[in-house]
Design a protein around this ligand. Sequence first.
Ligand SMILES: Nc1nc2c(ncn2[C@@H]2O[C@H](COP(=O)(O)OP(=O)(O)OP(=O)(O)O)[C@@H](O)[C@H]2O)c(=O)[nH]1
Ligand SMILES: [Mg+2]
Length: 287
Amino acid sequence: MGIFTSKSETPPPSPLLQQPWRKTTWGQMEEQMQFLQFVQPGSDAVSNIRIMLYGPVGAGKSSFINSVNSILQGRMAGEALADSVASSVSFTKKYTTYKMKKGRRGQFYPFIFNDIMGLEGQVGVCKKDIKLALKGHMREGYKFNPASPLSKDDAGFNPCPTPDDIVHVLVCVVPSPNTSQIPGDTMTQMRDIRLFASDRGIPQIAVITKIDEACPEVERDIRNVYKSKLLKKNMEDFSARLGIPMNCIFPVKNYHEETSLDDDVSLLILTALKQITDFGKDYIERM
Ligand SMILES: Nc1nc2c(ncn2[C@@H]2O[C@H](COP(=O)(O)OP(=O)(O)OP(=O)(O)O)[C@@H](O)[C@H]2O)c(=O)[nH]1
Ligand SMILES: [Mg+2]
């Protein structure tokens, strides 16, 4: 006997749009990486564009920094240690600045990343700490204490921040599979941080991570990123919840289990990095 098929059955709707909703030029990596040679802080008073990442615990903040560094070094790099055990407590405990080597002559790219502890109710970084860090009051190496924020008497407090110490671009990192499930109190903290940064004119970008986990079609082929209906909906929901426009939201898959680089994975990360450094430069020019 054959397999039953019914001609009247309508096939399920495709999880993919026919056309991508955002234009992407895949391939041509040499051209795509060229902007890195021209990144400039935009003022002589500032030596580096300071990029700060914030977001829920385990969102992929450290992995994003590692992924950028891996692309720049052309090999897997693991400096901003990421945690491989799912946990509700942040793995990153210190305020750390990451520089990335440029070539072999001891030079560095003119942008730096600050990795902070994840936001998570009472066990994550205090939003007050993030605000102090945005203003440049947090010294490198400060150990986060969820129970009490940085105070003026603390050795980790920088009383006189220079234009180099302040944050020039703020990046919100959230995982795609559960953008709608981010707890209300974490979302409230994120909105509060966003508004604080907006008041100070600090440009903001959101990086949506783990797109491979969110959509099987994207896991199968990352070039489906802007065709996936699910991912688009996740991004739209998140845009509405945080109040960040869609054109400031960048989906990425971080390098987290791979042993070699992949042009398509790298391209999405570089697209986010380009926007981040452009926004940082614009802010420094306006400062
Ligand atoms: N599938 C997938 N896993 C990822 C991705 N990015 C990060 N991960 C994994 O998610 C977990 C958490 O990543 P981290 O980079 O440590 O997250 P974090 O935001 O720095 O976390 P805390 O420092 O603890 O707040 C790790 O197991 C990573 O391997 C991604 O794009 N896709
Ligand atoms: Mg981390």
